[in-house]
Design a protein around this ligand. Structure first.
Ligand SMILES: [Zn+2]
Length: 458
């Protein structure tokens, strides 16, 4: 299997060059001008188009038992949606809860993805309690190639860990060279504020944000940073949503804490007025941390442009309208999540262009930085000799609109409905094989492989 992508503008971090890319046996083997290739090579003319490294979504939920239901996607539907949108690798949150056995949970998640994902994948292993067998189980999981953990400071009694468990997780991660990703909200404050609002009869989706205000996230972010500082572990704040939390994160970075920051698509493009729409229209926009006051959009975009924010994920998590209605009596029971795996790249490209963010930053926050942080670089996250031939030929002349009518995510609404996109992938390859073309899946289902990752944060 050989593939030549001819005469595109190859964009990687630090370089833009008009050239051909040739891949053989799943790997990029030559980059240069006017390459002569063996007969039988599949040739794609990319003249006038951009060629990006396959994009990486560092934060998705696919298999997820949560809030009395299950997220809607399968690994087949989510991976096809990802590929159509230019994402060739995702990192899924493996989320057994406190009552589950961690190792059994890890094996369950792996079995769900295995043979079903059309693109490559890895996991962040959630640590939702720290008991006698936790250390040996986590060592086994790391040895299996999963070199990042996830902790939740929110979701008390379900996914959430207490400070003691956070300390033990970080101390072990430090010894293993593993990075720990964290959902940073104060679980106790969320529980108390929810209780208070519900007691006052404030039960609509518009009360979700006031139940987890910015200060609650800032506290979680600051506390996580302090625990990193005192254990020496490397950490990563997932879905940071607002100015106050950003201040806490940047203050920590400034004093040398090993902290990276992720924002997710909904917090860049949407705001709390969406969740304030009446009834189920508002429920569609309930996620945690919640959509914030609008001024935070600009704060996050400028932090992204300046490189203060490292990556952009989605926190992809589809629940359909019927599931959202589980919360019709109270916002506390609305399944949390907004899907985005299919639209992330196109919307980031489009908005990034409007905001004059250069393509170098775009490739970095949508692909390269995640590969570097999570032990995938240089196999993923760049176009270089020896890298996997995960390539996105991007047609900047395409114009379209995001809509539930054309999406491949298994859900009955799209949170970004009606937004315009200026460009989309015309061709997407995974390890040298064409998997998507012009908004359609044309590849092999189940071809994606589990990516074994070495710990790198020593
Ligand atoms: Zn998440």
């Amino acid at each position: 299997m050989a593939l030549l992508i001819r005469n595109g503008e190859i964009v990687t971090v630090g370089s833009r060059v008009q050239a051909d890319v040739y891949a053989e046996n799943e790997t990029v083997t030559t980059i240069g001008k006017n390459l002569v290739v063996p007969p039988g090579t599949e040739i794609v003319d990319a003249t006038g188009q951009l060629v990006f490294p396959g994009f990486i979504d560092p934060h998705v939920h696919i298999y997820l038992p949560f809030m009395a239901t299950y997220a809607k996607d399968t690994h087949e539907t989510a991976s096809i949606a990802a590929l159509i949108g230019g994402t060739t690798t995702y990192i899924e949150m493996c989320c057994p809860n406190r009552n589950d056995d961690a190792l059994a949970g890890y094996q369950l998640w792996k079995s769900k993805a295995s043979g079903n994902s059309a693109c490559d994948y890895a996991f962040h292993m959630s640590v939702t309690k720290f008991v006698r067998e936790t250390e040996s189980q986590l060592r086994e999981i790391v040895a299996d190639g999963t070199s990042s953990f996830k902790i939740f400071l929110a979701y008390k009694n379900f996914f959430g860990v207490d400070d003691g468990e956070m300390y033990q997780t970080l101390a072990l991660a430090r010894r293993l060279g593993v990075i720990v990703t964290a959902h940073c909200e104060n679980a106790e404050l969320v529980a108390r504020l929810q209780e208070q609002l519900v007691a006052e009869g404030k039960t609509g989706p518009e009360w979700h944000e006031p139940s987890r205000p910015e200060s609650v996230e800032a506290e979680g972010t600051g506390r996580f940073a302090a625990f990193l500082e005192n254990t020496g572990a490397a950490g990563y704040v997932v879905h940071l949503s607002c100015q106050k939390a950003l201040n806490a994160a940047l203050a920590a970075k400034q004093r040398g804490v090993r902290l990276s920051v992720e924002v997710v698509l909904p917090h860049l493009l949407l705001d709390k007025s969406f969740a304030e729409r009446p009834g189920v229209e508002g429920m569609k926009y309930v996620m945690s941390p919640p959509l914030r006051a609008k001024h935070n959009n600009e704060t996050l975009w400028s932090a992204l442009a300046l490189g203060f924010v490292d990556t952009v994920g989605t926190d992809h998590c589809p629940f359909d309208i019927d599931q959202k209605l589980l919360g019709k009596e109270s916002f506390v029971s609305i399944p949390n999540g907004i899907p985005g795996i299919e639209d992330r790249v196109n919307l980031l490209y489009t908005m990034g262009k409007q905001k004059r963010i250069d393509l170098d930053r775009f490739v970095d926050f949508a692909s390269t930085r995640a590969a570097k942080l999570f032990g995938l670089f240089p196999r993923k996250g760049t176009i270089a000799i020896g890298s996997d031939a995960d390539l996105v030929v991007f047609d900047t002349s395409y114009r379209g609109t995001v809509s539930v009518k054309t999406q491949h995510v298994n859900n009955d609404y799209n949170g970004f409905e009606g937004m315009t996109i200026e460009g989309r992938p015309s061709l997407v390859t995974v390890r040298g094989k064409v998997q998507a073309r012009d908004g359609k899946f044309v590849g092999e289902r189940g071809r994606g492989c589990f990516l074994k990752r070495e710990p790198t944060h020593f």
